[in-house]
Design a protein around this ligand. Structure first.
Ligand code: HEM
Length: 491
């Protein structure tokens, strides 16, 4: 027995020494922070990873850092030039996602667009992009205007009491996507209790999945994989609810599809995946369909939530936005009473201040702190930085948007910084290169319509007795606000 224990102890010591040496390999001209065996550099980071990493990089005045996050070799990049090299110039070496167990779980084995790799990613993207580039389907302004009209009407029904706006923004972006991708709509004021509960359940499941898909310690250690699988299995019901919903949409489309004239994404998926001959592809439809709802809905909804929160804290910004919006309403003789939608997408060129506010919201409160991880397919050297094959690349979006090196008074909310400057050398909220966000136009359109018409209809205020709303970011795959309430006072 003693002999066995001794052997085990020696093996453990051997493993620690081996792991320590592996994680502390020095690279030429590079600052190397000491890594611990097993943990790597995790001891340097707090639960608020984005903040502690930002402080660490500022402390050493560096824009890229090589870290071991447990078992995962990682290069964190907040240098825009290096990012361009990685995401654009050397795209083919960094096309695929880093394989994290949580992404595998979420994507049913990397079968969604967001997580697919290699040829599978190219094929899936070319199917989905047809919807986003189809001129007929692309003319969506009426869909978003209609949903905006309904969101504001539902908010007005709250009669100026302090409300949690999250369910409203979630339904707005969810409905926009469902209508755009699947020609489907869920009413705001559904009197059918079963329907109402179904949609509430779907929205809660989406939020939960988004939350779970964030970075987790368990993703960083191979030895934790059995525990991790048990943890993931707890969320099977959430995944099933969403896939069942996509399956219902699929079954309905199958009854009415005209193969020559696809109406939406579902028709395109059914046709391209040749479901008649290959019924096994139905699960691919469920995977891709569910992925797009999650990728597109929570992100845009969170941006609108941050907008509302920040507006409650910055009445002078609201005032300036309203002056700009009001001048359009007056010059175009918009009848404010006949509709809740006073500003349309074609007004965008006449609202430079509003456009700047939206950009500043996305800078000041970026939804994704780390973008989605990529992986180096082969060894490569970029600007003297050697990146070994298999390294996880994290675009440190939060750091890039908060660094004083790129932004004057970076901790302040200053929309004016975007008035005559798009900061396109450092501001990439939708990422860059061939694998950037597929829904960028969709997101920008719905956010623009949502925020302009909120301001044209309401003064946004903190509840009585609250001077300023808490602007703390809750960490996760996206940075979300602490739950809050606001008063929407009719204008
Ligand atoms: C404020 C809203 C949004 C933000 C900030 C955002 C941001 C991003 C970012 C940073 C990426 C990662 C790209 C990369 O790896 O380089 C991404 C990917 C993606 N986004 Fe968005 N997004 C938003 C809205 C949307 C919408 C409305 C959709 C519509 C369905 C969408 C669909 C996707 C998809 C499918 C991907 C994966 C693309 C791929 O891997 O090829 N997003 N998004």
């Amino acid at each position: 027995m003693l002999l066995v224990l001794n052997i085990l102890f020696l093996l453990l010591v051997f493993y620690f020494v081996y792991d320590y040496n592996k994680k502390n390999k020095r690279y030429k001209n590079e600052l190397t922070l000491r890594a611990l065996p097993v943990l790597g550099h995790l001891h340097l980071l707090s639960r608020r990873v984005h903040e502690s990493l930002f402080n660490l990089m500022n402390q050493y005045k560096i824009k890229t850092i090589r870290l071991w996050l447990g078992d995962n070799p990682t290069l964190v990049v907040m240098d825009p030039e290096i990012l361009q090299e990685i995401y654009v110039k050397n795209f083919s070496n960094f096309n695929d996602r880093f394989e994290l167990p949580v992404l595998k779980w979420y994507s049913n084995g990397y079968r969604t667009l967001t997580n697919a790799a290699g040829q599978d990613w190219k094929d899936t993207k070319s199917m989905v992009i047809r919807v986003f580039s189809n001129i007929k389907i692309r003319q969506v302004s009426h869909i978003f205007e209609d949903q905006c009209q309904k969101m504001i009407k539902a908010m007005k029904n709250q009669n100026g009491s302090a409300i949690n706006i999250k369910p409203f923004t979630q339904k707005y972006t969810f409905n926009n996507l469902c209508k755009y991708l699947y020609s489907l709509e869920t009413p705001y004021d559904d009197t059918n209790v079963a329907n109402y509960q179904k949609i509430e359940g779907l929205l809660k499941s989406m939020e939960k999945i988004f939350e779970i898909s964030g970075p987790k310690i368990a993703d960083m250690f191979k030895f934790l994989s059995p525990l991790r699988d048990v943890y993931f299995s707890l969320f099977r019901p959430e995944i099933s609810i969403l896939k069942k919903y996509i399956n219902e949409i699929f079954q309905d489309h199958l009854k009415t599809i005209d193969y020559e004239n696809p109406r939406d994404l579902m028709d395109i998926l059914i046709t391209e995946l040749d479901i008649k001959k290959h019924p096994e592809n139905i699960s691919k439809i469920e995977d891709v369909g569910f992925d797009l709802l999650i990728a597109g809905s929570e992100t845009s909804s969170l941006t609108v939530q941050w907008f509302i929160l920040i507006m409650a804290n910055y009445p002078e910004v609201q005032k300036k936005m309203y002056v700009e919006i009001k001048s359009i309403i007056d010059s175009q003789n918009v009848d404010k009473k006949s509709s809740n939608v006073h500003i349309r997408l074609q007004n965008r060129n006449s609202t430079p201040y509003v456009n700047a506010v939206i950009k500043e919201i996305m800078r000041y409160k970026p939804t994704g702190p780390f973008n989605l991880p990529r992986k180096a397919a082969n060894d490569i050297t970029i600007k003297d930085i050697f990146i070994p094959k298999g390294t996880q690349i994290l675009h440190f979006h939060y750091g890039m948007l908060k660094s004083e090196d790129f932004w004057l008074r970076s901790n302040e909310f200053l929309p004016e910084r975007f008035i005559n400057d798009n900061h396109s050398d450092v501001f990439f909220p939708f990422s860059l290169g061939n694998r950037n966000c597929i829904g960028v136009n969709l997101a920008q359109d719905q956010i623009y319509l949502g925020v302009t018409n909120l301001i044209s209809n309401f003064k946004i205020k903190p509840p009585p007795g609250v001077e300023k709303l808490d602007e703390t970011e809750c960490p996760g795959l996206a940075l979300s606000p602490v739950p809050f309430k606001v008063i929407l006072e009719n204008r």
